[in-house]
Design a protein around this ligand. Structure first.
Ligand code: PMP
Length: 392
């Protein structure tokens, strides 16, 4: 028995994919031409699996801000903020985030994954309780597990299931954190946050919402699902990432609780990793400005999302329950998902392949993410290529 034996199973899984001739984990973009177009195996390909919801990766001002920062401050910070000091732009970004979410406190992490680990491990410990939505992202689950708190899962988006779990905690409910996503990453459905807030207040619990996929996408100012449902000021901790609608990299937490100011002294995923680079921070700040100054991006995104959802629905595909920028197409089984994914890629359309166990209900999906930068022609081409899957 060796520590390497476990890789036999991983190898079998990998060979299984290779055997089908299709392996979505090895896709290479040889060139990126724009926010919505790349080159794969020499073919021009529409990018419909990027999370680049506002298309900001090629925004000229975001690019210029990144280049300026790199020229002025160098390529990297070469260390963590606790050990090696902060750059003023780190604090400025935190102040801008706090202002954006209209709370007193914000903290920046090096990735969204690190933000979830960093916040959950600072906030929770042995004796605390987490009620975690059953479809919550791996980073939320990992953070809860690392914290040492007792974890109970409740049925996805089911307020009654949450209520029942809270009821069972009795006088421990005050030590409970409810952990959910705003807009769910695989099916694109949103959490019933307004109802969840009522329940958490009744039991005296706290609520953390991961708005990774809803930042810049939902809510009048683009704060996410909590803003859209009118409960932004009731959520205890908002976490999210800069790597999707902001087109950069990094993660954050915004909170009305002043305790967040102290997280940096105990949060190991904050303390023991290099801080975000000057270019990344500058790009993120400029992208955040874009949310404020270009609300029309959100409108274009939604027009594109509605067009794609309607087009695929009319073709008879089984889609996620809500119209939105994440459009998940349910496949008959794993084999048809692999084959359809490959047919689309060969036709010049890249989407995400979502296979169990990383999927709700163990189903297989082709997941499209829509961008404000998609042209109407590109959306129609995506629909046309999906139509061929039906007729083929
Ligand atoms: N939370 C959710 C809901 C996500 O979907 C993701 C990324 N897929 C993350 C957190 C992690 O973000 P990052 O990629 O910035 O680490």
């Amino acid at each position: 028995m060796s520590i390497l034996d476990k890789f036999t199973a991983v190898h079998a899984l990998k060979s299984g994919l290779a055997h089908t001739g299709v392996d979505p984990t090895t896709v290479v973009f040889e060139r990126i031409i724009s926010a919505t177009e790349g080159v794969v195996e020499g073919r021009s390909t529409i990018l419909a699996g990027t999370n680049n919801y506002l298309g900001l990766t090629f925004d000229p001002d975001c690019i210029a801000a990144g280049i300026d920062a790199m020229r002025s401050y160098g390529t990297g910070t070469t260390g963590s903020r606790m050990a090696n000091g902060s750059y003023s732009a780190h604090g400025e970004l935190e102040a801008e985030l706090a202002d954006f979410f209209q709370v007193d406190n914000a903290m920046v992490f090096s990735t969204g994954y690190a933000a979830n680990l960093g916040v959950l491990t600072a906030l929770l410990g042995k004796g605390d309780i987490v009620l975690l939505d059953s479809d919550a992202h791996a980073s939320l689950y990992d953070g809860c597990r690392m914290s040492g708190a007792d974890i109970f899962r409740f049925k996805h988006n089911d307020v009654q299931s949450l209520e029942r779990r809270l009821g069972r905690l009795q006088d421990r409910a005050g030590r409970c954190l409810i952990v959910v996503e705003g807009l769910y990453s695989v099916l694109g459905d949103s959490a019933p946050l307004a109802e969840m807030v009522k329940v958490k207040e009744r039991f005296g619990a706290s609520l953390l919402v991961d708005e990774a996929h809803s930042l810049g996408v939902l809510g009048e100012r683009g704060c996410g699902v909590a803003e859209q449902q009118g409960v932004l000021d009731k959520v205890d901790f908002i976490v999210g990432t800069f790597s999707k609608s902001l087109g950069a990299m990094g993660g954050f937490c915004a909170s009305k609780h002043d305790a967040l100011k102290l997280f940096r002294y105990i949060s190991r995923p904050f303390m023991f990793t290099a801080s975000p680079s000057p270019a990344v921070v500058a790009t993120t700040r400029q992208a955040l400005q874009r949310l404020r100054t270009k609300p029309e991006l959100k409108e274009t995104l939604w027009a594109n999302a509605k067009r794609l959802y309607k087009g695929l629905e009319e073709l008879g595909f089984e889609l996620g329950p809500e119209v939105g920028p994440v459009v998940a197409v349910r496949c008959r089984d794993r084999e048809s998902a692999l084959s359809d994914w490959n047919t689309l890629l060969t036709a010049g359309v890249y989407v995400n392949m979502m296979l169990p166990p990383a999927t709700p209900g163990g189903a297989s999906f082709l997941r499209c993410s829509v961008s404000a930068a998609h042209s109407t022609d590109q959306i129609d081409t995506i629909i046309k290529e999906f139509a061929k899957l039906r007729s083929g």
